[in-house]
Design a protein around this ligand. Structure first.
Ligand code: T1G
Length: 702
């Protein structure tokens, strides 16, 4: 059965790509298209050709799973197919619904015209894979949209809606009935003649001021920190304006090859599949279907509750925002409105979208009318007694099928579930602040959480545009449990002589948006003192919690808002502060710690290796299902640079033996119980294995 079906309608050959789930340009699809085109050209009864996607979408790009296999370079290659399209004596129309992405759009750009339904989206998202459009997209798109739009669209990889794409000339016509509309359009081209191929349209790439490119590079330098693909995209688009098409194409091929061979491409493709793999739960079989979630109620109208409510409203789900405190509820709704107004003023949503979304959020002051919700999400402050009280109320006030979620960041899910008669329907639904922006949703299973509840929340996470990851029930789940090894270790290094600016510079050069000490200043010290007071009670005897945060608070340096913390602040600018260094030095003396200098490499290892070691312990304990889930959690919840693939992938790339060595050093310095090597890590290093071998080793018993 060919991956491309052939039919003739009104003297038009319709080639339907039937290669689920996204019609990726695998060898089978490329072969089917080449054969279909040859058949159409040989058929004297055929005057034109339409290429259309079967199923839910057009062609979503090259087949990523073929990368690195013989199939990906086997003929007919995409560029061969494109040459056949452009040389076709019979007009070819690409008929687009769903998405035309990457190679799919690049193929469509070599058709004589592109027709789409209004809901379709097009884009060149290769940058998200550490690549650039390698089939002419980087030099054809600017010929249609102009250079400035192409620079933004290709370096962000964003999708363009059909209406915008038509305005830009990427789509030639928007139709209601895609098949009929594209067949008619193709016949019209056959009768009236087809436009010049995109490659021959040069007016928008001629006479472009070269300054455009350097200005664009300068504007994005900070955003692209650490990444290689975006800057190469600018180089190739620039070549499209000062070289012939063929010379620019040769340059694109060269740049594409460089990126294809890069570690960042490996890391980003690892991440692409990791995010999708995280949604697959081994002990939740595919036949366990998620329950539909049409209405939710969020309990608590604070920063988190409002953000969570927006996440659902933005995805088209009706949400009740419940707060028994009328003033808090009014403040919460005002904050939601303000957030939408800011998005509106930035042009990221339209007035209609804002009205629609706001209209989906209904503020309520009590538990009386929750009769029709499918899920409740509690988002009040971290107090177990209060959460149990709310869950007991929800158990009575919501329908029996409703799932009861808690946004707790570390409290025991089972203890919360014990306040209800439905522990099978209780699950952690840990959002990250701001919840309407951050992609990570940590679903946390209690001991009695049912497979159906898990399936529902994992599917719901994807539905609302999050990256869901399932965690086991422990203090801090997957992400926060690891976070302390990063933040506390930064303070241990301060005690031992490193400076805040050195530590933060190393972290930010690595790709973190903000270093740990600047983060601490931004978050404020007071909260950290409270959290540490609790944590100290359960610390192992072989460990001492650093007390620099306490010393800073005692000196009135409570963070950025107070104008000083680990830095001095002039507005938002952070400045090294000798007074902070003096406090750190005095504390080191008080602790009897001898200070020394650190190399950047040592700081990088001490900041990030412990994450990998703790991640290995989470695998051992079944808190995380797979190492790549931890990568998804840290990229989306903590800003770990996505172009490294995430902490576990990165750790494996640099060498698990190095991570083990750091664990041995920090175990001796900070305490073996929590900082010493993971047994799994020791086994993997001893046997020269990697994360894919972890499940088998864990199953055998470490
Ligand atoms: N290749 C192979 N498999 C793919 C795929 C692709 N391009 N895109 C998706 N899949 C799989 C995915 O792994 C998942 O598998 C299933 O399809 C559903 O995906 C020459 C070199 C199209 C918007 O980057 O953005 O063209 O988990 O869960 O939410 O210049 O998939 O079910 O086994 O994401 O409906 C450029 C990537 C490639 C598009 C659909 N194209 N895909 O989203 O489904 S490079 C892309 C997406 C390229 C050229 C270059 C999304 C989607 P499984 P899903 P979705």
């Amino acid at each position: 059965m060919s991956a491309v079906e052939y039919a003739v309608e009104n003297e038009v050959a319709v080639l339907t790509v039937a290669y689920p789930p996204v019609n990726a340009l695998s060898l089978a699809v490329r072969t089917g298209l080449a054969e279909g085109l040859a058949r159409a050209l040989a058929d004297s009864g055929v005057k034109a050709v339409v290429v259309i996607g079967g199923g839910s979408t057009f062609i979503a790009g090259a087949d990523i799973s073929e990368f690195g296999t013989p199939n990906s370079a086997a003929e007919p290659r995409l560029q061969t197919l494109q040459a056949q399209f452009e040389a076709s004596p019979k007009p070819i129309v690409a008929a687009i619904h769903g998405t035309a992405l990457g190679g799919g759009l690049e193929l469509a750009l070599t058709a004589h015209a592109r027709v789409a339904v209004a809901s379709a989206k097009v884009g060149l998202p290769e940058v998200k894979l550490g690549l650039l459009p390698g089939a002419g997209g980087t030099i054809r798109l600017p010929r249609l949209t102009g250079v400035e739009v192409a620079l933004e669209a290709v370096t962000t990889g964003r999708h363009l809606g059909a209406v915008e794409a038509e305005r830009l000339g990427v789509i030639d016509a928007i139709v209601d009935d895609l098949r009929a509309g594209s067949v008619a359009y193709a016949l019209k081209l056959a009768t009236d003649g087809a436009p010049a191929p995109v490659r021959d349209r040069n007016d928008k790439v001629s006479g472009v001021d070269p300054k455009v490119f350097d200005d664009f590079r300068a504007k994005n330098r900070k955003k692209w920190r650490g990444q290689i693909a975006p800057a190469r995209i600018v180089d190739v688009i620039e070549a499209a304006t000062n070289r012939s098409f063929d010379e620019a194409k040769a340059y694109e091929n060269q740049a594409f090859g460089e990126l294809m061979a890069s570690d960042q491409r490996k890391a980003l493709i690892h991440y692409f599949f990791a995010e999708r793999e995280a949604r697959k739960i081994p002990d939740v079989p595919a036949e366990v279907k998620p329950l539909p979630v049409r209405k939710v109620v969020v309990i608590g109208s604070g920063l988190m509750g409002g953000g969570i409510a927006m996440s659902f409203a933005n995805a088209g789900i009706a949400v009740k925002l419940l707060d028994v405190n009328a003033e808090a509820l009014e403040r919460g709704m005002a904050a939601v409105r303000k957030t939408y107004e800011t998005s509106l003023s930035r042009g990221s949503i339209s007035q209609a979208q804002m009205d629609e979304r706001l209209g989906r959020i209904q503020p309520i002051g009590g538990y009386d009318d929750l009769g029709d919700v499918d899920m409740a999400i509690e988002a009040v402050f971290e107090d177990m007694a209060l959460k149990q009280e709310i869950f007991a109320l929800l158990d009575k006030a919501t329908p029996p099928h409703a799932i009861l979620g808690t946004n707790t960041s570390s409290l025991d899910i089972d203890q919360i579930a014990s306040a209800t008669s439905r522990p099978d329907k209780v699950i952690g639904a840990h959002f990250f602040s701001p919840a309407n922006v951050m992609k990570l949703l940590e679903a946390v299973r209690g001991s009695q959480t049912s497979a159906e509840t898990i399936a529902t929340v994992m599917a719901l996470g994807k539905q609302i545009g999050k990256a869901p990851v399932l965690a086991g029930n422990c203090d801090g789940f997957i992400g926060n449990r690891m976070l302390q090894y990063y933040t506390v270790n930064a303070e241990y290094m301060l005690e031992r002589g490193a400076t805040p600016e050195q530590i933060d510079r190393v972290a930010e050069a690595f790709g973190m948006a903000m270093g740990p000490l600047a983060m601490r200043d931004l978050a404020g010290m007071a909260q950290a003192v409270n959290v540490r007071a609790v944590r100290k009670k359960t610390l192992p005897v072989d460990e001492r919690m650093p007390e620099l945060v306490e010393r800073m608070v005692e000196a009135g340096r409570i963070g950025q808002r107070s104008g000083s913390g680990f830095y001095r602040y002039e507005g938002r600018d952070r400045l090294p502060d000798p007074e902070a260094i003096a406090i750190i030095t005095a504390e080191a003396q008080r602790q009897g710690i001898e200070q020394r200098t650190f190399t950047d490499e040592e700081i990088l290892a001490r900041l990030f290796h412990p994450l990998v070691n703790e991640g290995a312990k989470e695998l051992e304990e079944g808190i995380a299902i797979r190492a790549s889930d931890i990568d998804v959690a840290w990229v989306n919840g903590y800003g770990f640079p996505i172009h490294t693939g995430g902490p576990m992938f990165w750790g494996e790339q640099i060498g698990l033996d190095k991570v083990l060595e750091t664990a041995r050093v920090l175990g001796a310095e900070n305490g073996q119980t929590r900082w010493g090597p993971s047994k799994l890590l020791e086994r993997l290093v001893a046997e020269g294995k990697g994360w894919k071998d972890a499940p088998a080793l864990i199953a055998q018993g470490l």
